[in-house]
Write a protein that binds this ligand. Structure first.
Ligand SMILES: [Zn+2]
Length: 84
């Protein structure tokens, strides 16, 4: 019997940062505050979360605009409206 298992990574968008110019790709984008998380799955059923994630400013065009420290993330999260 084959058992399918592994870690599935997921990007969670936390806050809307509004329009800004991406420092990575140079496009005018609607940026978001995001953090990466993940979970271990068996047969593609999530079993438990793994906190692998780093925090970042997410660009919908190129992906990661900038990585953030915990402090920066906290501050930006407080100053921007959450994404529902
Ligand atoms: Zn970009």
């Amino acid at each position: 019997m084959v058992i399918y298992y592994g870690v599935k990574k997921k990007l969670k968008l936390v806050s809307d940062l509004g329009q800004m110019t991406c420092t990575n790709c140079g496009h005018e984008v609607r940026a978001a505050l995001a953090k990466e998380g993940g979970y271990v799955h068996i047969f593609f059923i999530p079993v438990f979360p793994v906190l692998t994630g780093f925090k970042m400013v997410y660009c919908p065009n190129c992906g990661i605009m900038r990585k953030l420290s915990g402090e920066e993330f906290k501050e930006m999260k407080q100053n921007n409206p959450p994404i529902k």
